[in-house]
Design a protein. Structure first.
Length: 63
């Protein structure tokens, strides 16, 4: 049982250190990038910006 706990703790710390090193080099993790691509339906993973439309107040009539 103690060997199992030691193994789990060792694996956890290896994952912790490797993820910190990975995130220093890259901004997002690979699975996060895939989820962003799927959620935003774009290959870049960035959300599509909507075009803003402005209403010209000078053309509206006030009654």
């Amino acid at each position: 049982m103690i060997k199992g706990i030691a193994l789990c703790t060792t694996i956890y710390f290896i994952q912790l250190v490797s993820s910190l090193l990975y995130l220093r080099k890259f901004k997002v993790a690979p699975v996060e990038q895939l989820l962003r691509m799927w959620t935003n339906l774009s290959w870049s993973g960035k959300a599509k910006m909507k075009k803003k439309t402005f209403i010209d107040d000078s053309k509206q009539s006030v009654i």
